[in-house]
Design a protein around this ligand. Sequence first.
Ligand code: ATP
Length: 208
Amino acid sequence: MIFCQNLTFSYSPQKKFKFPTIRCQDGEALLILGQSGRGKTTLLHLLALLLRPESGEIILNERPVLSLNSNEIASLRANQIGIIYQRPHFVSALSVLDNVLMPNYLAGRKQDKHKAAYLADQLGFGDHLDKKTHQLSQGEQQRVSIARALMNDPTVILADEPTSSLDDDNCERVINLLQEQSARIGASLVVVTHDQRLKDEFSNQVLL
Ligand SMILES: Nc1ncnc2c1ncn2[C@@H]1O[C@H](COP(=O)(O)OP(=O)(O)OP(=O)(O)O)[C@@H](O)[C@H]1O
């Protein structure tokens, strides 16, 4: 589960944010909708512990996390949080498969090639595993980053505009897969987006 309340953050005295209470239980999905510039990525990075709020509280799996030290936060992020960034960050020298396997490596786990291949098939890029990521289209790269986020069976999945480069068919496929996978592993799924196509796909929604 993920819960936060009274979160505030500022990039500068002119750019301050106060975010609404967010609550997403295990196996549930939450959509956070907002226009460009409303702070969706900022909120997601706060929840992913990539940014530190000025005030407020974040609880992951019943545990207050803002008092953890940097090693504890790194371990939590590697093992329990799957992040799908707005723009995927890949290691360009590695194959698509090795990029998908990267979270196993970073968390000190055995590399699970079967799972990587399964997720790649489900997400429709199973034929591209031996390529380099720059040889894939933007939509394919986005799907690779989704597979990568699911590799360690995270308890919290945070997705930043996961459907922005996708056509309608792939949009539906990706959202279904994210919801199925998070429900299957009992994870909390939080999606931030301005993609209005997702409005009817989530029963729990927050507007920024
Ligand atoms: N590192 C930064 N330093 C200063 N201002 C920033 C920084 N990152 C974001 N901002 C500003 O904070 C505001 C919110 O940015 P954020 O990326 O969180 O919005 P968003 O809702 O995700 O937008 P979009 O839908 O366009 O991605 C924007 O006005 C942006 O210019």
